[in-house]
Write a protein that binds this ligand. Structure first.
Ligand SMILES: Cc1c2[nH]c(c1CCC(=O)O)Cc1[nH]c(c(CCC(=O)O)c1C)Cc1[nH]c(c(CCC(=O)O)c1C)Cc1[nH]c(c(C)c1CCC(=O)O)C2
Length: 350
C-alpha cells in the first residue's frame, strides 16, 4: 500500500542520479527487457514488436519481467525509439534481426515538411502503461526514454540501420538548413514523447543518442547538440540520463546538452570519463555517470565478470554518483542467470 512504501525519491537509483551515494550501488541494464528472457519470448510470441509497444498490459508485463527476475534497481519502460515516429504516422516497421526500417527515407525538403507532429493521444497506450507500472513497481523507479534527434534522423535518412551514416552526414553537410529543419521536427516529437511519459509518472528519463559516436565533436556541437539540448531542456522535473555508444570524445558536449547523468560505454573507464567531464566544466558540480560493463563480458565466466564489476565500481567512485549499467544493451544470447549474478555482484558491499 502506498503509505507503507518508502519515499521513492530515496530509491538508490534516484539518490545516485542526484549525485549522492546510496546504501548500495544501483544497477539496471539497457535492454534488460527483451530477448535474453524466455518469459519475454513467450509473451511476445505472435505479436509484432510495435504492436506490443502499444498494448499497455503487455508493456507492463514485459517491463516487470527483469525486475522480478534480476532484482534490478530500475525498470526501463518497454518501448522503442521509433514508437513516437510510428505513432505520429511515419510508415516504418521493426524487422526482427535488423531493426527499424523506414518505407520512404527522408531526403528532400518536401519529405521533411511532410513529417507529422506527435500528439499526446497518439501515444495514450504508453501513458496508460506507465500508470499500470507505477502501481506495480512499488519503490523501484520507472525509467522512461526516447531516441535523440540525431539517432532518429539516421534511421529516417538511411531508411534503416547504417554502419557509416553516409546519407545522414551528406544531408547534414550538404544542406545544413534542411538538416536543422529535420532535427527541429524530431526534437519536437521526442520532447512531446518524453513529456507524456513524465506526466504519466516516469521517475527518470534516458535520451538514447546511440549512434552519436559516429560524429566528430565539431559536427556534434554544430549539428546535433542544440537539438538534443532543446529536448533535455524540456524535461525539468526528473533526472535526465544522456547516453550514446563510442562517445568518448563527446562526453563533455553530451553533458553540456543538459544531462544530469552521463552514460558511458565500455571503451572509456569511468574515472577517465569523470576526469574529462570535470576538466571540461570545472565550474559545474562533480559529474554523475552511468555504466559501463562491456555486454560481451556477460559471456566471459564468473571470475572475469567479478573482476570487471569490482573494477567498474572502484572507477565509479571518482564520480559524485554512479549508476551501474552495461556499456550498451544486453545481447540477445546472454544467459539470464548471469545477468542476475551480475546484479548480486554489483550489490555486494565493498
Ligand atoms: C537504436 C535503438 C533502437 N531501439 C532502442 C535503441 C537505443 C538503444 C540502443 O542503442 O540499443 C531502444 C530500446 N529498444 C527496446 C528498449 C526496451 C527496454 C529495454 O532496454 O529493456 C529500448 C530502450 C526494445 C526493443 N527494440 C527492439 C527489440 C527486439 C525486437 C524483438 O524482440 O523482436 C527490443 C526488445 C528492436 C530494435 N529497435 C532498434 C534496434 C536496433 C532493434 C533490434 C533489432 C534486432 O536485432 O532485432 C532501434
Amino acid at each position: 500500500m502506498a503509505d507503507e512504501m518508502n519515499d521513492i525519491t530515496e530509491a538508490p537509483l534516484l539518490v545516485a542520479a542526484r549525485g549522492g551515494r546510496p546504501s548500495r550501488t544501483p544497477v539496471w541494464f539497457m535492454r534488460q527487457a527483451g530477448r535474453s528472457l524466455p518469459e519475454y519470448r513467450k509473451v511476445r510470441a505472435g505479436t509484432a514488436m510495435l504492436d506490443a509497444c502499444m498494448d499497455p498490459e503487455l508493456v507492463c508485463e514485459i517491463t516487470l519481467q527483469p525486475v522480478r527476475r534480476h532484482g534490478v534497481d530500475g525498470a526501463i519502460l518497454f518501448s522503442d525509439i521509433v514508437v513516437p515516429l510510428k505513432a505520429a504516422g511515419v510508415d516504418l516497421d521493426i524487422v526482427a534481426g535488423t531493426g527499424p526500417v523506414v518505407a520512404r527515407p527522408v531526403t528532400t525538403r518536401a519529405d521533411v515538411d511532410a513529417l507529422p507532429e506527435l500528439h499526446e493521444e497518439q501515444v495514450a497506450p504508453v501513458a496508460e502503461a506507465v500508470g499500470l507500472l507505477n502501481r506495480e513497481l512499488g519503490d523501484v523507479p520507472l525509467i522512461g526514454f526516447a531516441g535523440a534527434p540525431f539517432t532518429l534522423a539516421s534511421y529516417l535518412v538511411e531508411g534503416g540501420p547504417s554502419k557509416h551514416h553516409e546519407r545522414t552526414k551528406a544531408l547534414m553537410h550538404g544542406d545544413p538548413d534542411l538538416w536543422h529543419a529535420l532535427l527541429d521536427k524530431l526534437a519536437g516529437i521526442t520532447a512531446e514523447f518524453l513529456r507524456v511519459q513524465v506526466a504519466a509518472g516516469v521517475k527518470a528519463v534516458q535520451l538514447f543518442d546511440s549512434w552519436a559516436g559516429a560524429l566528430s565533436e565539431r559536427d556534434y556541437r554544430e549539428f546535433v547538440l542544440p537539438h538534443s539540448a532543446r529536448v533535455l531542456g524540456s524535461v525539468t522535473t526528473v533526472p535526465r540520463i544522456h547516453f550514446g555508444v563510442g562517445t568518448s570524445e563527446l562526453l563533455p558536449a553530451m553533458r553540456e546538452a543538459g544531462a544530469d547523468v552521463v552514460g558511458v560505454d565500455w571503451r572509456t573507464p569511468l574515472d577517465v570519463a569523470v576526469r574529462r567531464l570535470e576538466a571540461a566544466a570545472p565550474h559545474l558540480p562533480k559529474p554523475v555517470v552511468q555504466g559501463n560493463l562491456d555486454p560481451a563480458l556477460l559471456f566471459a565466466g564468473l571470475p572475469a565478470l567479478e573482476r570487471e564489476v569490482d573494477r567498474i565500481k572502484r572507477e565509479g567512485e571518482a564520480a559524485a554518483g554512479h549508476i551501474f549499467n552495461l556499456g550498451h544493451g544486453v545481447l540477445p544470447d546472454t544467459d539470464p542467470d548471469v545477468i542476475t549474478r551480475a546484479v548480486e555482484l554489483v550489490h555486494r558491499a565493498g
